[in-house]
Design a protein around this ligand. Structure first.
Ligand code: IPM
Ligand code: MG
Length: 358
C-alpha cells in the first residue's frame, strides 16, 4: 500500500532542513517503502503566496494525506500582522483541524553529544524522556480570549485555561500507553495548588491511572518540574502535561540534549494519523545560510515511520543512520564541539542518506 505524505517546508530554515529530510524519506523507497510525496504551503510562505497562513488547499491535502511532515513557521517578517494571519496560526490551525491532540516530544541525549549539553555530563548522560503534551486544548484554544476596553478606559488582555474531563482523559491514556512501552513511569505536571483547571487535571489523570496498575504515577507542580528538569532530569520517564506547560518544558528539556536542533516530535490524532516536525522554530537568523541542523527533521521522519506508517524497522534504521553520522564526527554548528568536523545542512543530510544506502 502506498502512503501519502504531505510536506510543508514553511518558513526560515524550514525549506533547507526539509530538503534533507525528504531525501532521507525518498531513499527508503529502495527498502520497499511505497510513498507519494506532495508539497504544500503553510505559515508565512503561504501568507506571502495566497494571503493566509493556512490555505484551504493545504488543509485539503493534509486531510487526504496519511501523514504531514512540517518544517517550521514564523519569522520577523510577519510579526506585525494581525494575530489571525500570523504564520503560527497555520500551525495551530493544522493541529486543531486535524484533531492532533497528542504531542510526543522525546528528549534523548545521544552519547556523542554529551559535551554539547550545557549541563554536566553526569547529570544528562543517558537521558531519555518523553514529554506528552496536550495540543488542541487548554489556554491556547480556550474561549473567551482577546484584548478589550474596560470601563475605566484601559485595555485588558485575557485568555481562558479550560480542559474538559474527556480531553484530560484521552491525553492521559496516551501518556500511560507510551509509558507501558518505556519505563512505566508517568509524571503528570500541573499547577493544582493554584489553578482549578489543573486540579481537575490531577484528579482525572489519577483516575485513568487505575487502568494501568503497572505504571507508577506521580504529580509535580510545573515550577518544581522546571527545576527538576535541570537538577536531575533522569528521574523522568514520561511527563504528561497541558498545552502551555508542555510548550515551555519541552524547550527546556530539549536544551538538556545539547541542541534543540536534534529533536523531533509527533502530533497524533486518535487513529495515530499525524503531523511530524522538529521542535525548533524557523531560526530566521540563520535561514538561507545552509548551516541549520537537519537532524531534528530527519528524526521526525523516523517518528513518522514508527507511529503512522507502522514501520518501526525503518524508523530504527533512520535513527541508527543519524547516530552513525554523529559517530563520524560530523556536527552542524549548533552541536559543534572541539575536535569534530563542522558540516552544513546538506552535508549532514547526505551523510545520513549515505549510511542508509550502505
Ligand atoms: C511549538 C511552538 C508553537 C507552540 C508555536 C510556533 C505556535 O512553540 O510547537 O512548541 O507554541 O506550540
Ligand atoms: Mg514551543
Amino acid at each position: 500500500m502506498s502512503h501519502k505524505v504531505l510536506v510543508l517546508p514553511g518558513d526560515g530554515i524550514g525549506p533547507e532542513i526539509m530538503a534533507e529530510a525528504v531525501k532521507v524519506l525518498e531513499s527508503l523507497r529502495s527498502d520497499g517503502l511505497e510513498i507519494e510525496i506532495e508539497h504544500g504551503l503553510v505559515g508565512g510562505a503561504a501568507y506571502d503566496a495566497v494571503g493566509t497562513p493556512l490555505p484551504e488547499e493545504t488543509l485539503r491535502l493534509a486531510r487526504a494525506a496519511d501523514a504531514v511532515l512540517l518544517g517550521a513557521v514564523g519569522g520577523p517578517k510577519w510579526e506585525s500582522l494581525d494575530i489571525a494571519l500570523r504564520p503560527e496560526k497555520g500551525l495551530l490551525g493544522l493541529r486543531s483541524e486535524l484533531g492532533l491532540f497528542a504531542n510526543l516530544r522525546p528528549a534523548l541525549l545521544y552519547p556523542q553529544l554529551v559535551s554539547a549539553s550545557s549541563l554536566k555530563a553526569e547529570v544528562v548522560s543517558g537521558l531519555d524522556l518523553m514529554i506528552v503534551r496536550e495540543l488542541t486544548g487548554g489556554i491556547y484554544f480556550g474561549q473567551p480570549r482577546g484584548i478589550r476596553m474596560r470601563a475605566d478606559g484601559q485595555r485588558e488582555g485575557f485568555n481562558t485555561l479550560i480542559y474538559s474531563e474527556s480531553e484530560i482523559r484521552r491525553i492521559a491514556r496516551v501518556a500511560f500507553e507510551t509509558a507501558m512501552k518505556r519505563g512505566r513511569r508517568v509524571c503528570s505536571v500541573d499547577k493544582a495548588n493554584v489553578l482549578e483547571c489543573t486540579e481537575l487535571w490531577r484528579e482525572v489523570v489519577s483516575a485513568v491511572a487505575k487502568d494501568y496498575p503497572q505504571v507508577s504515577l506521580t504529580h509535580m507542580y510545573v515550577d518544581n518540574a522546571a527545576m527538576q528538569l535541570v537538577r536531575a532530569p533522569k528521574q523522568f520517564d514520561v511527563i504528561v502535561t497541558t498545552n502551555m506547560f508542555g510548550d515551555i518544558l519541552s524547550d527546556e528539556a530539549a536544551m538538556l540534549t545539547g541542541s534543540i536542533g536534534m529533536l523531533p516530535s509527533a502530533s497524533l490524532d486518535a487513529a495515530n494519523k499525524g503531523m511530524y516536525e522538529p521542535i525548533h522554530g524557523s531560526a530566521p537568523d540563520i535561514a538561507g545560510k545552509g548551516i541549520a541542523n537537519p537532524l531534528g527533521t530527519v528524526l521526525s521522519v523516523a517518528m513518522l515511520l514508527r507511529y503512522t506508517l507502522d514501520r518501526p524497522d525503518l524508523a530504527l534504521r533512520v535513527e541508527h543512520a543519524v547516530a552513525a553520522a554523529l559517530d563520524q564526527g560530523l556536527r552542524t554548528t549548533d552541536i559543534y564541539t572541539d575536535g569534530c568536523s563542522r558540516v552544513g545542512t546538506a552535508q549532514m543530510g547526505a551523510a545520513v542518506v549515505e549510511v542508509l544506502r550502505r
